[in-house]
Design a protein around this ligand. Structure first.
Ligand code: FO1
Length: 311
């Protein structure tokens, strides 16, 4: 009997593959471990953007245009908050706000983030396990030329414009993986790095106490799907960030990032010419269409990932 397929995810690209995997694998075979380095407090509410993006996507209520937030949401509450003088650059919709209010209430009653996430997911009918990477606080912080910026300030308020010098994961070295992440690592039959931004979504997970060593020591198939296609990021600031950090945006450089942690590297057909260089890093390469536009694209990529992982 195969163990769990453990998917590491964050952001919109990660949520898309997570959705595909959830169509292909039953709930008892899949654990989606999600970045919480992006979490922030707005209007006194604990917002977990990446957890919510995966939860809304699996629940079928995500805003399809943005890839985050709830479909057909309105912003009446945000409008009123603005009238009261609160900052409104972080666009929290009315339906979305309910999630943050409920989460904040549960956390205030002593629930862990893992417990609160399970409660919210069950309420939305999500059967698959969506697990925060940690119940402890980790805050991704951008060290820009002008100084340190909290992640959402950099990402949303400043639209990823400040050039990045370094990405910090404040609190990560002391943060323990969540109990279900820990258990999933013990029972893993395969590990998948979703096509998420390595710096913003995957590295916060890898920087948790002993997680990188645990993944380096896994003997089950470990696969990564490149978030770069033809030198461009599928979404978000990854290509710009790579240039600012002194790396050419390419699948090869993403593969280098996962050296020692990944056994099979999946690239898009258009990047086939990079296969040899990636293979030289010790990672066999599989080329296939990895741009997920339709539900069929997501399921097909998930099926191929599962087949390569032996599922
Ligand atoms: N992203 C934006 O670009 N602008 C927003 O105003 C914004 C609001 C927002 C509200 C709730 C939520 O769960 C996510 C939201 N996001 C927004 C997305 C989010 O900040 C990023 O996609 C992730 O943190 C990066 O993975």
């Amino acid at each position: 009997m195969k163990g769990l397929l453990v998917a590491l995810a964050g952001g919109v690209g990660g949520a898309k593959l997570a959705w595909g995997l959830a169509q292909v694998l039953p709930p008892e075979k899949l654990v989606i471990v999600v970045n919480t380095g992006d979490d922030a407090v707005f209007h006194g509410l604990h917002v977990s953007p990446d957890l919510d993006t995966v939860m809304y996507t699996l629940a079928g209520i995500v805003n399809p245009e943005a890839g985050w937030g709830v479909a057909d949401d309105t912003t009446a509450a945000l409008g009123m908050l603005g009238r009261y003088g609160a900052p409104t650059w972080f666009r929290l919709g009315d339906r979305d706000l309910a999630c943050h209010i409920r989460r904040t209430e549960l956390l205030g009653q002593g629930w862990t983030l893992s417990q609160a996430t399970r409660e919210l997911c069950l309420a939305l009918g999500v059967q698959h396990s969506i697990v925060p990477m940690s119940d402890d606080s980790v805050r991704t912080t951008i060290l820009a030329e002008e100084g340190e910026l909290p992640f959402q300030v950099y990402f949303v308020e400043r639209r990823c414009e400040p050039p990045v010098r370094e990405v910090l994961y404040v609190g990560a070295e002391k943060a323990r993986p969540s109990p279900l992440f820990e258990a999933a690592l013990n029972e893993a039959g395969a590990l998948v790095f979703c096509p998420s931004n390595p710096y913003l979504s995957i590295d916060p997970i890898l920087s948790l106490d002993r997680v990188r060593q645990r993944i380096a020591g896994l003997t089950v198939p470990r696969l990564a799907v490149s978030p770069i296609v033809g030198g461009e990021a599928l979404k978000g600031p990854l290509a710009k960030m790579m240039l600012e950090l002194g790396e050419k945006p390419s699948s090869t450089n993403i593969a280098r990032h996962y050296e020692g942690l990944c056994d099979i590297f999946i690239i898009d057909d258009v990047d086939r010419e990079e296969a040899e260089e990636i293979l030289a890093l010790g990672m066999p390469v599989e080329a296939m269409p990895i741009v997920m536009r339709s539900p069929e694209d997501k399921m097909e990529l998930a099926r191929r990932v599962c087949a390569l992982a032996g599922y």
